[in-house]
Design a binder for this molecule. Structure first.
Ligand code: SF4
Length: 205
């Protein structure tokens, strides 16, 4: 998939507000412009947002930020309250596990707090995505997530799942399974603006 401009055209036709950037720096500047008038920002956990510097840039902007990773650093974290505040923030920023050439966002989540606000709650959503997340269709998306993203995430999070050991999905029933909710967003729900920021780099997993 090299014809990224055609994909952007398709996404815009589907009412996703989409743009393509050659590098993280220019994408970051675009994201900061998009959130200029937002007071509260929610985050979904994302390696892409770390690697692009977008997470740090928003933290340093002085806006009110709701992110699980920040809440966990507090003496008495209230994770459910953080998820609720992130869901109903002015803007929710996340990545996606996969973007199909049909213009669908496909995600798998453990608790739903990352995928839920992608389609319900915030006033707007920004999805930042490296070109390595592009796949042909939803079947390939789920296969990619369970063969690549989920095993790496379980290792990163120190979870006791079979894929953390073997690197392969075994469709486990582990209490620490992270593949509990599968969401495919085909078009933006009417009340929400979903911005897709596609970057010509390999980002996240
Ligand atoms: S279903 Fe279980 S084994 Fe498969 S990727 Fe998800 S957590 Fe890993």
């Amino acid at each position: 998939m090299k014809d990224y401009q055609s994909l952007i055209g398709l996404l815009n036709k589907k009412r996703f507000k989409s743009s393509f950037f050659e590098d993280s720096e220019s994408a970051k500047a675009h994201v900061m412009e998009l959130i200029r008038d937002c007071d509260t920002i929610g985050f979904g956990g994302s390696m892409t947002l770390n690697e692009t510097g977008i997470f740090d840039a928003v933290i340093n902007s002085g806006k009110q930020v709701y992110a699980t990773v920040l809440e966990k650093q507090k003496a008495n974290p209230d994770i459910p309250e953080t998820w609720k505040n992130a869901t109903f923030s002015d803007c929710f920023i996340t990545s996606t596990n996969a973007l199909t050439t049909q213009g669908d966002l496909v995600n798998i989540d453990a608790n739903g707090n990352r995928v839920g606000p992608m389609f319900f709650g915030p006033k707007s959503v920004i999805v930042v995505c490296g070109v390595n997340k592009i796949v042909e269709d939803p079947m390939q998306a789920v296969a990619r997530i369970q063969s690549t993203a989920a095993p790496k995430n379980t290792v990163r999070l120190g979870l006791a799942t079979p894929c953390a050991v073997t690197g392969k999905c075994e469709d486990c029933s582990s209490p620490q399974r992270i593949c509990n909710v599968v969401v495919r967003i085909q078009y933006p729900p009417r009340p929400i603006d979903i911005h897709i920021v596609l970057i010509n780099e390999e980002l996240g997993y």
